[in-house]
Design a protein around this ligand. Structure first.
Ligand SMILES: [Zn+2]
Length: 306
C-alpha cells in the first residue's frame, strides 16, 4: 500500500461527517476489495439522522393532514401523488443539501467507488457502493425486480399479510435475497437461514437476538461473526461468518493497528445491535406512531406504502 493511499485512509477516518461504522464497513471494506458491495440507508445512517428525520417529519406531516378526510378514490390518488412530489422535494432540501450527504459522495469519488441510488420511499434512499461494473448491472436488474415484486404485492395483496411483508415484500423473496446476500459478501449458510426464517414467518431479528442470549458467555471468537452491521449470522458461532470477520480484522490491522482496534469495537457494537434488535424495532415503531399522532391526534395513515 502506497503512502498516498495510507494518508487518504487516515483522512477518511478523521472525517466526522460520516459515522465510523459506515467509513470502515461501507467504504474501506469495499475499497480494499473485501466485499463486493455495501449499502447505506440515507439519511438513517448519517450521524445527524435523528435531527434530519425530525426536520423531514416537521415539513412533511403537516402536508398529510387533509389526506384522512378525502375518500373519493381519484382525488385521493391525486393527492398522494402530490404528497410524494412534495416529499421528494423535502428530501432534496434536507438530505441532499447537507454536508453529510456531500461527504458520502465525495468519499465515493476519492476512493474511486461506483455508486447506485435507489428510492425506497420518497424520503428514504439507499446508496450502494462498489468497484465492479458487473455489480452495477446486477443491481440495476435486482432493483427492477424489486419494483416488480412490490407492485405485485400491492396489486394482489395476499391475505393476512404482516406489515413488514407489505412494506418490504422483497424480503420474502428467497431468490432475490440470495442474490443481494452474495453482493454484500454474506456467507451462503447465513443467507439460507435468513430466507428460511422469513418463509416460515419467523422474525430474523428475534431469532438472532435469542441465539445470542442463549449462547451466554462469549468464547474466544467473540463478536467476529458480526462482521458488518445488520448482518445476521445463521449462528453466533457460524464458522463462515467468524472466518470472514477474522479476515477483515487481520486486513485492517495490517494497514495499521489502530484501525484494527477500531474495527474490533465496531464488531462489538454490531453484536450488541443484534442482541438489542427486538427492543430497537419496538422503540422505532412506537416513535413513528407518536410522531404522527402529534399531528393528526389519531393513528397514522400508511401513506409511505402506497
Ligand atoms: Zn452461517
Amino acid at each position: 500500500m502506497t503512502k498516498k493511499t495510507r494518508d487518504m485512509i487516515q483522512k477518511l477516518l478523521s472525517d466526522a461527517r460520516l459515522s465510523r461504522r459506515i467509513k470502515v464497513e461501507n467504504y474501506l471494506l469495499v475499497y480494499l476489495g473485501l466485499r463486493p458491495c455495501s449499502l447505506t440507508t440515507m439519511p438513517a445512517e448519517f450521524p445527524d439522522a435523528e435531527s434530519m428525520g425530525r426536520d423531514i417529519d416537521g415539513r412533511v406531516l403537516p402536508k398529510m393532514k387533509d389526506l384522512g378526510s378525502i375518500v373519493e378514490p381519484y382525488r385521493r390518488l391525486k393527492m398522494i401523488e402530490n404528497l410524494k412530489r412534495e416529499m421528494r422535494k423535502v428530501y432534496k432540501e434536507v438530505v441532499e443539501r447537507s454536508e453529510q450527504y456531500r461527504a458520502h459522495i465525495e468519499w465515493a469519488r476519492n476512493l474511486e467507488l461506483r455508486t447506485f441510488q435507489f428510492e425506497v420511499r420518497p424520503t428514504v434512499r439507499e446508496l450502494y457502493l462498489f468497484k465492479d461494473k458487473e455489480v452495477e448491472k446486477k443491481l440495476e436488474r435486482l432493483m427492477k425486480e424489486r419494483i416488480k415484486i412490490r407492485q405485485e404485492v400491492l396489486r394482489h395483496p395476499p391475505p393476512d399479510l404482516g406489515r413488514v411483508h407489505v412494506v418490504y415484500p422483497e424480503e420474502f423473496n428467497g431468490a432475490w435475497i440470495r442474490e443481494m446476500g452474495a453482493l454484500y459478501g454474506y456467507p451462503r449458510c447465513c443467507v439460507d437461514r435468513y430466507v428460511s426464517d422469513r418463509e416460515k414467518g419467523m422474525m430474523v431479528e428475534e431469532r438472532a437476538s435469542r441465539q445470542l442470549r442463549e449462547a451466554g458467555e462469549e468464547d474466544e471468537a467473540g463478536s467476529l461473526a458480526y462482521f458488518v452491521g445488520y448482518f445476521f449470522p445463521c449462528h453466533p458461532r457460524c464458522p463462515s461468518a467468524i472466518s470472514t470477520g477474522r479476515r477483515f480484522l487481520e486486513e485492517l490491522r495490517s494497514i495499521n493497528p489502530e484501525l484494527g482496534d477500531l474495527y474490533k469495537s465496531i464488531l462489538q457494537e454490531n453484536l450488541e445491535l443484534v442482541r438489542r434488535q427486538p427492543e430497537i424495532i419496538a422503540e422505532h415503531r412506537l416513535r413513528a406512531v407518536e410522531a404522527v399522532k402529534k399531528i393528526y391526534r389519531q393513528p397514522p395513515l400508511d401513506i409511505h406504502n402506497r
